[in-house]
Write a protein that binds this ligand. Sequence first.
Ligand code: SAM
Length: 310
Amino acid sequence: MKDVVHIPVMRTEVLSLLIGQNNSSGLVIDATLGAGGHSEALLEKYPDIRIVGIDADEGMLGLAKKRLKKYGNRIDFVHGWFDDVLTELSTQCSVSAILMDLGVSVFHYQSSGRGFSMFKDEPLDMRLFPGHGITAEEILMTKTEEELVSIFSDFGEVRFAKTIAKSIIKHRRNNNIRTAKELADIVFNSVPSRFRHGRIHPATQVFQSLRIAVNNELSRLDRALSLSMSLLHDYGRCAVISFHSLEDRIVKRFFKQNSNKDNDMYFNIITKKPLVPTEDEIKNNPPSRSAKLRVAELVLCKDGVKHENV
Ligand SMILES: C[S@@+](CC[C@H](N)C(=O)[O-])C[C@H]1O[C@@H](n2cnc3c(N)ncnc32)[C@H](O)[C@@H]1O
């Protein structure tokens, strides 16, 4: 992958909230290592933590390995889907913190060549784990109209989902839909003309929905959140940065549903409302604009008494 800079989103907020009191020497999971920006900041600020960094994309792991080489064995790199890796880890260890900075990195949009950006004439692949599962092109070419409508609606809340699905079915009778740009054009031409030149391109949500479907992003998030409860030790924290309302809703609900203090373990929600980037951050790093950060701390009780953190 080429040298493109991915600026870690809400770095300051993550640094001040991810590691709880008395937890500055434990094991931290960076479940979405990416180019390693958040991990680097954490390793610098907390000299006694160790990190397990996970990414589905081996190319991203390669970038992070280069960047974080100087931290030697303070970081381990694991290739895989975070929910699968967390399942395995949950039988082996307990951790002080888990960070999930969801979605894709700037590298995916700018230099992966896998069709994440609707403005590029690249194959419609969209797999974060190359070679794993079906591509966006296969979804578009094989799913029924109803299935396409539900992908667009459930994972993108796409306006005109039915009209767009009909256009795709019509187009694919005689043509393939090979590139991201081709799909963007089909969507552009199928929405009513007055919706073609809004604040965002009319295909934006379609691309989001396909990426979510290709990578099973929402069910992986659900599963990873549940696993956090068996991985975190007392007062361990889970921080999630999400980039659209579907993800944020899942995180919000999960923390809330598990915040009942009468239970043996519960989340103490640190961010009553999600934190968002400052105006300065958005100015310096526009992709951060839709970020929302939620943080919660797991509290374990034994015989009705809270453990003291060690
Ligand atoms: C937003 S980027 C993370 C950027 C990183 N925090 C940094 O500062 O460089 C998200 C990364 O998580 C990876 N990813 C997304 N969903 C994943 C999943 N379910 N399992 C494993 N990796 C995932 C992507 O490949 C991408 O590299």
